[in-house]
Each structure stands twice: as structure tokens, then as C-alpha cells.
Design a protein around this ligand. Structure first.
Ligand SMILES: NC(=O)c1ccc[n+]([C@@H]2O[C@H](COP(=O)([O-])OP(=O)(O)OC[C@H]3O[C@@H](n4cnc5c(N)ncnc54)[C@H](OP(=O)(O)O)[C@@H]3O)[C@@H](O)[C@H]2O)c1
Length: 339
């Protein structure tokens, strides 16, 4: 499997990708989570909004920020229908309400972009007591996606197989940690060898320090984004739905807002090429709209970086681990989701 535009790379912008896939965007119902000024969600909304989707649902936790982006898109593209949806992924009650809100507005969702996320170095918990990064970055989107599955399946029935997509925004930071089944709240408990950070993780991430390590929490949550995409693609192929995990690159957004100077210094060393938000959005748009990506050639072929497929580290390639994570996630939301 290859993308239809092998020339797209780290320099390509979301605006360019949206123009290239204009025909695939027109008439679609698209949900983007995590939208506010100076975020990747804003860049996604602007790029998709430029190509006449039927409806854009912008779901995020700070109403004023979503409104600001909605107004910006409306000003540029007045013909686009935009709905703001209140969604706090750190609260399962809020996720149920947000899904019900969307279900009241449409019975068809063509594209779901699970983009919202947090990066934290101090321990915090969701309303349900789940470590905040695992909860917000994976468990929340897991519940949101599964609650909206009837609308995604309905869209898939009405369109060409493989054009209904679920895009999980992950990070190259997934390389820091496998899923810690014996310590998913990242409390620093002893875990089996295959759940520990791989040996190659750079020393700056402080793997040996006792107690909570937010880098591990972030890495685990981003591995979960990939494994969730893998499980969805594998089990929803029969319905004509495909899912991908996309690393956007390094972009100066609000993501590092809660890091201290030391944390920001670590982040600054993770890349020497910093993208604009529009460039950061490009790969997600390839995953969502490239007509070549209508099926997955093998379970682990679900990861894109810089607009092209990329190899995964071993801890993010196993369908068995993806299934185990799916069931752990079901337990943590208290619901079962047979696909
Ligand atoms: N920027 C990068 O270099 C980079 C690199 C790799 C991966 N990523 C991934 O890209 C995605 C987007 O991040 P970004 O860089 O655009 O960061 P950002 O500017 O901080 O945007 C994150 C968005 O998620 C929203 N959000 C946070 N917690 C939420 C919650 N509990 N419920 C609902 N929405 C919530 C934020 O809303 P508020 O502003 O209202 O809090 C914000 O709109 C994340 O998944 C991140 O892991 C980013």
C-alpha cells in the first residue's frame, strides 16, 4: 500500500493536501476533536473547511476557543455548516453527552479525526481516576469513537468502501513506551520486560527516575492511538471503515503549555525540523482523504509520518496486544463494544 502522492513530505501543507483531495472532502460530514487557536485542530478545520465539506463538527473542551476557530472558518468559507460540540475527553459523562449531541444532528459520520490530546509531566487523573494522558489521549477517544460507531457504519454503507475513516493523531513519542498493562496509570509499578520502555529511549526522558514519569504516560497513550487504529482497521474492514495513526511532526502549539523549562528543553531536542500548524495537519488529511488508502495491507500498516507510511517499533505492531488494549479500554469505560 502506498499513498497516491509520494511527493508529499514534511514540507507539504494541509491546505495543499486538502486541495489535492478536494473531491474526497466535498459533501462529507467530518468531526475534529481538539480545536482552539494555534492548534493542529485549527489547521485541520481551516484546511478541510476550504473544500466544501457538508458539515464540520468541532468538538473540544473550551467553548470560547472552539467558537473562535468556528468564526474564523465561517468568515473565510461562509457556505460551510459548522457545529461546535462541548467535549471533555477526561470525563466519560461529557463524552456520552457529546456523542448524543452529534447523534441528534446527524446519522452519518464520514470522517472522525481524534486529534485532541495533552502532554503532562505531573500526575493528574480523569474524572474516573485514570492517569490523565492515558485517559484523555486514548480512553476518551476510545469511548467517543465507539459511541459514534453506528453513525460511522451508516456512512460506510452509503459510500465507497474504505472512504469512511477514523484518524487517530499519535506521536513519534509512542517510541518511549509500550502499553503498561500492569501499570496503565503509570504509577511506577514493576512491569514485565515487554511493558518497559525500550533500551534505545534517550537518557533525557529520565526512565530510571522513581514514581510518575509523564514521558512514559505520554508514550503509552500514543502507542495506544496506533494500536487502537490497528484493531479498528482489522475489525472494521468488513464494514468498509479504515483507521490510521498519524504522527504530525513537531509543531509549536499549545501542547507543551504545562511543561516546565526542563520539559520544554527536552522537547526542543526531539527534532531539528519544526513545522507550521498547516504542515502538521497535512499527514492527517492524507490519512483521512487519500483515495489510495481504502484498505490496510497488513495489520501494522496503519502508521503515517510526514504524509507517508512509516515503519513501527515492535511494541506497536501486535494485533494481540491491540486486542488486549481494546478489552482493557472496554473495562475502563464499563461498556462492551463488539465490532
Ligand atoms: N504539536 C506537536 O508537536 C505534536 C507532535 C506529535 C503529536 N501531536 C499530537 O497532536 C494532537 C494535537 O495537539 P496540538 O499540538 O494541536 O496541541 P494543542 O495546541 O494543545 O491542542 C490540543 C487540543 O486538544 C484539546 N484538549 C485537550 N484536552 C482535552 C480534553 N480533555 N477534552 C477535549 N479536548 C481536549 C485542547 O483544548 P483546550 O485548548 O481547550 O485545552 C486543544 O484544543 C495531540 O494529540 C498531540 O499529542 C502534536
Amino acid at each position: 500500500m502506498a499513498t497516491s502522492h509520494p511527493e508529499f513530505d514534511k514540507h507539504t501543507t494541509g491546505t495543499e493536501v486538502a486541495e489535492a483531495f478536494s473531491g474526497q472532502i466535498q459533501g462529507k460530514n467530518v468531526i475534529i476533536t481538539g480545536v482552539g487557536p494555534n492548534s493542529l485542530g485549527e489547521a485541520l478545520a481551516l484546511a478541510i473547511g476550504s473544500q466544501q465539506p457538508a458539515n464540520l463538527f468541532l468538538a473540544s473542551r473550551t467553548e470560547a476557543k472552539v467558537q473562535q476557530v468556528a468564526d474564523e472558518v465561517r468568515k473565510l468559507y461562509p457556505e460551510v455548516s459548522i457545529e461546535s460540540v462541548a467535549l471533555d475527553l477526561a470525563s466519560q459523562k461529557s463524552i456520552h453527552a457529546a456523542a448524543a449531541h452529534i447523534q441528534g444532528l446527524t446519522d452519518r459520520i464520514d470522517i472522525l479525526i481524534n486529534n485532541a490530546g495533552v502532554m503532562l509531566l505531573k500526575p493528574e487523573k480523569t474524572e474516573e481516576g485514570i492517569e490523565m494522558q492515558f485517559g484523555t489521549n486514548h480512553i476518551g477517544p476510545f469511548l467517543f469513537t465507539n459511541l459514534l460507531m453506528p453513525q460511522l457504519k451508516n456512512a460506510a454503507k452509503l459510500s465507497e468502501s474504505g472512504s469512511t475513516r477514523i484518524v487517530n493523531v499519535t506521536s513519534a513519542g509512542y517510541q518511549i513506551s509500550p502499553i503498561r498493562f500492569h501499570d496503565y496509570n503509570t504509577e511506577g509499578k514493576e512491569v514485565p520486560l515487554d511493558e518497559r520502555p525500550p533500551d534505545r529511549v534517550p537518557a533525557m526522558f529520565n526512565m530510571e527516575a522513581p514514581g510518575y514519569n509523564g514521558w512514559i504516560g505520554y508514550g503509552q497513550s500514543k502507542t495506544a492511538n496506533i494500536l487502537f487504529a490497528m484493531y479498528l482497521s482489522h475489525n472494521l474492514a468488513k464494514d468498509g471503515i479504515v483507521s490510521y495513526g498519524v504522527h504530525p511532526g513537531s509543531i509549536e502549539t499549545g501542547l507543551s503549555r504545562s511543561l516546565d523549562d526542563n520539559g520544554n528543553e527536552v522537547i526542543s531536542k526531539t527534532n531539528d525540523f519544526w513545522k507550521t500548524a498547516d504542515q502538521g495537519a497535512a499527514g492527517m488529511l492524507v490519512a483521512a482523504f487519500d483515495p489510495n488508502l481504502k484498505s490496510v495491507s497488513e495489520p501494522s500498516a496503519v502508521y503515517l509520518a510526514d504524509c507517508q507510511f512509516d515503519e513501527l517499533q515492535p511494541h506497536a505492531t501486535s494485533l494481540d496486544v491491540a486486542e488486549r488494549l481494546f478489552h482493557l479500554s472496554e473495562e475502563l469505560v464499563g461498556m462492551e463494544f463488539p465490532l
